[in-house]
Design a protein around this ligand. Structure first.
Ligand SMILES: [Zn+2]
Length: 260
């Protein structure tokens, strides 16, 4: 079984003590590729260096809306430079967060649009973080079309899902599916065509029911697969093959030659 974790913050401090051991255990579970999205400019160099050393790690760089107050004016220009200099798989994670209080929506919008423009110019897919803001994100993507990408931890409506698909996006599903109380999300994962779905852990956040209260890890991706196959009533092998093919296609993994 070959799986791709399309969203995993393996570069962060929570993995400082055992990063390579976690990676080894994930590989042993069939995780053949991990997309590592950046969230702040200050973390990009270490992220790139980490990914450069391992052929199954794929770097993305972006300015996450949740860290709005920590981004500097010059960070967007630095992202544009990095896109030209470093070899990135995608721009991300970027987006709009209307869930958290105190994140200025006008400034979020400006930051999001500037990064979409960079992705469009470079012809790169994007990795989206969207909370309570799907309509605003979709309207923005309509104005600034990019090559597609992944809407990570998707939790919108079926209608919003269709609009993302029409714009060339896949929808990321992960640990939340393993919780029986996620009834709306499970219904969505059942109703969507399998061609729309990619798997992710979002480690170290959003852990699986089997490891409730613990640090999440890419080695738990098979639990996400099992939950997805379970709610759909489909064969896990088949779901693994299709979601992996979806990730490869939308991110252009086969055509990507990184710094490895
Ligand atoms: Zn993330």
């Amino acid at each position: 079984m070959i799986l791709i974790d399309t969203h995993c913050h393996l570069d962060v401090e929570e993995f400082a003590a055992d990063r390579m051991a976690v990676l080894a255990r994930a590989r042993a579970q069939g995780v053949a590729g991990i997309v590592v999205p950046g969230v702040r400019a200050g973390t990009w160099d270490a992220l790139l260096a980490f990914c450069a050393g391992e052929s199954d790690l794929y770097p993305a760089l972006g300015l996450h809306p949740v860290y709005l107050d920590r981004h500097r004016e010059t960070d967007v220009q630095q992202l544009a430079r990095q896109v030209n200099r470093a070899h990135l798989l995608a721009v991300g994670e970027i987006g709009l967060d209307y869930y958290l209080d105190g994140l200025d929506r006008v400034r979020q919008q400006g930051l999001f649009e500037a990064q979409l423009e960079i992705a469009r110019t470079a012809g790169l897919p994007v990795i989206l973080h969207v909370r309570k803001a799907h309509d605003a994100v979709l309207a923005t993507l309509q104005r600034i079309p990019v090559r597609g990408g992944i809407c990570h931890a998707f939790n919108g409506s079926l209608q919003q899902a269709d609009r993302y698909l029409a714009l060339g996006f896949k929808l990321g599903f992960g640990g939340m599916l393993t919780f029986e109380r996620s009834s709306k999300l499970r219904a969505l994962a059942r109703e969507l065509p399998l061609s729309a779905i990619v798997l992710e852990t979002d480690a170290p956040d959003m852990t699986v029911a089997q490891h409730r209260g613990e640090r999440n890890s890419p080695e738990y991706l098979p639990y996400c697969l099992a939950a997805l196959a379970g709610v759909r009533g489909e064969d896990a092998q088949q779901v693994a093959a299709q979601t992996t093919a979806n990730a490869r296609a939308v991110l252009g993994l086969d055509a990507w030659h990184g710094v490895h």
